[in-house]
Design a protein around this ligand. Structure first.
Ligand SMILES: Nc1ncnc2c1ncn2[C@@H]1O[C@H](COP(=O)(O)OP(=O)(O)OP(=O)(O)O)[C@@H](O)[C@H]1O
Length: 267
């Protein structure tokens, strides 16, 4: 196993860009295990950013901390700032439930509720007290259109979501997340349980969604990162080692570990 110098980093700052979300010196501990060791990254609005790196480097932990999903895990500690619209959403007084309306998440395995397609999308809205039928109908249609699922399900909105294919279920989960009209969508390996055709459709959907949302995605798939993302961050052993435009990361990385990883010669 090659030893890499973890002090050598290359992290770009998005000075002249519109930054939607950023972290400053973010650390995450599971008990004694420090999984994220001071990560400072900025995410541009209406762009797709991929988080890549070897298994166990902390990509999912970092992603989950961006809308405080790690709060749900016992014995976790998160320090540092997560700045969204000028507010540190890692602060104690933040209403996490409210914040997640702005920063939504889609998980690795499609996890629709055991309810109808329509109810999957309206569930969270109803929880937030929205019951106007016309409004809910409109949100269902718009969200399903944005998630490229409307044409396939529009005549069967009362059908169980569990009867959809895996790829359709994952697009339904995206529709469910965007029904809340978030600004930012976090996706943790959303295509890992999908076949190549469904993966292609999902990637196309994400490319269409970026005009309305900022997207941050964890992926193991190098081709996927290079096909869909504008920026890529390479993680290793709890650090963000290199962060740049996707083109530079895949063609002219500045750090040896990144170069080895993207060229398949890592470790
Ligand atoms: N719920 C948890 N409880 C305790 N430790 C955890 C938990 N989730 C992750 N870890 C630990 O945190 C570190 C980073 O894991 P994480 O899942 O974030 O990495 P990853 O880069 O996303 O890995 P993979 O690509 O395999 O999904 C690992 O040491 C892992 O064992």
């Amino acid at each position: 196993m090659k030893e890499y110098n973890l002090d050598k980093r290359h992290i770009i700052k998005l000075e002249d860009k519109s930054v939607d979300l950023k972290t400053n010196d973010l650390h995450v501990w599971y008990g004694q295990n420090e999984a994220i060791k001071g990560v400072s990254l900025e995410f541009e609005e209406n762009k797709i950013t991929s988080l890549i790196g070897p298994s166990g480097c902390g990509k999912s932990t970092y992603l989950r901390s961006l809308n405080r999903m790690n709060d749900e895990i016992n014995n976790t500690k998160v320090t540092g700032e997560i700045i969204y619209q000028g507010i540190d959403i890692n602060a104690d007084n933040v209403d996490v439930y409210e914040m997640r309306k702005h920063i939504g998440m889609v998980f690795q395995r499609p996890n629709p509720f055991s309810k109808s397609i329509y109810e999957n999308i309206t569930f969270a809205l109803k929880q937030h007290g929205i019951n106007d039928k016309n409004y809910l109908d409109e949100v269902v249609e718009t969200s399903l259109k944005q998630a490229a699922l409307w044409d396939q399900v529009k005549d069967n909105l009362g059908k169980s979501a569990l009867a959809l294919s895996g790829g359709q279920q994952q697009r339904l989960c995206i529709a469910r997340a965007i029904a809340m009209k978030p600004d930012i969508l976090l996706l943790d390996e959303p295509a890992s349980a999908l076949d190549p055709i469904s993966t292609g459709k999902l990637e196309e959907t994400l490319l269409n969604l970026k005009k309305d949302f900022s997207i941050i995605i964890v992926t193991h798939n190098m081709q996927q990162a290079s096909r869909i993302s504008d920026y890529t961050a390479f993680f290793y052993m709890g650090h963000a080692i290199e962060y740049d435009t996707t083109n530079k990361i895949f063609t002219r990385p500045k750090i040896q570990a990144t170069e080895d990883y993207v060229s398949g010669h890592f470790g």
